[in-house]
Design a protein around this ligand. Sequence first.
Ligand SMILES: [Ca+2]
Ligand SMILES: [Ca+2]
Ligand SMILES: [Ca+2]
Length: 244
Amino acid sequence: MEPLRSIPFGVVVALVVATGHPQGQVCSPPSFERSDYPLTGGSRTLRLGEMDGDGDLDIAVVKYPGAAVLFNDGRGGFANSSTTPGAGIVAYGLALGHYNSSADARLDLALNSADVISPRVSLLLNQGAGTFSPPALYGVGGASGSGFQGIASGNLDGVGGDDLVAVIAGSNGDRAGSHPVAVLLNNGAGFAPYVWYPSGGFFPQAVAVGRLDADADLDLVVTNGMSNNVGILLNRGNGTFVSG
Ligand SMILES: [Ca+2]
Ligand SMILES: [Ca+2]
Ligand SMILES: [Ca+2]
């Protein structure tokens, strides 16, 4: 192979631009340094968000029971959670959002539950210094034993704090087969009772919030586990929805 030094400079520049590295240089695969942080109870799903106002991403984890929050030291190290927000709550998923009217930068926690009493959302307000309020409980309908996993949040109605959306994967009794999406709107002073919308299929599992059409409001997308489809719910602009 012709030595690199004999290749005109312009060609070398072109090679660097085209390939991202000089000819002949071997790219190393990315490597990662792992650290482990034990949690009591089983750890389930997680979310990343700014939980303590210092500008870096912290980790909120659903465990069994309750949740844990691991605060970032700014260098990718995390202190083991010394508290268990929602201790005693059996939850399967969580969302992070600004659920109260205060203007603090700290994200609050919302846990979902599929306990033997009734599906519900537990709201835990972030009080700073690693502490969270006792849970405020909001029913989302459905019968005992409903599979209830997906939860997401965003300001769906454009007023007040972030709103919540939770999916209810079937039920063991009343309303069997409804498989709804429950929306709880937050006007800043608190949450209104839930409103159900069809998920577009059976056994909804996961839900996400985002702008899916050409307007500025937040829409919903749901996976329906036993229908092998995805349901789209478009926001009418006020936090009410129509199937897309
Ligand atoms: Ca932080
Ligand atoms: Ca709202
Ligand atoms: Ca929209």
